[in-house]
Design a protein. Structure first.
Length: 96
């Protein structure tokens, strides 16, 4: 499974309905299962991003479809980062 870090900011709609953010996070976690994405952790943060999640997915296509589904609800805008574990990066470095 590949790891992804998703950085999210509330849209105007999302912040207007911020009281529902934990319920929305639960719904997004369930939605992820339909795409084969496991949303491992979710954090509400201070600073440049409002929410940070750590997800696992079989591949980029599954994660991209999941991201489109989240975005289409209109509550957040996301930036998704592919993340590599220490073991992953050591394997990559071994190819140099």
């Amino acid at each position: 499974m590949a790891t992804y870090i998703v950085l999210a900011n509330f849209t105007d709609q999302g912040i207007r309905n911020v009281k529902d953010t934990t319920k929305r996070a639960d719904a997004v976690r369930e939605l992820g299962k339909k795409f084969g994405v496991n949303m491992k952790d979710v954090y509400w943060t201070l600073g440049s991003y409002d929410v940070v999640t750590i997800c696992e997915a079989a591949d980029d296509a599954a994660m991209t479809a999941f991201g489109f589904a989240i975005g289409s609800d209109g509550n957040v805008r996301t930036q998704t980062l592919r993340a590599f574990s220490r073991q992953d990066i050591n394997t990559i470095l071994g190819k140099l």
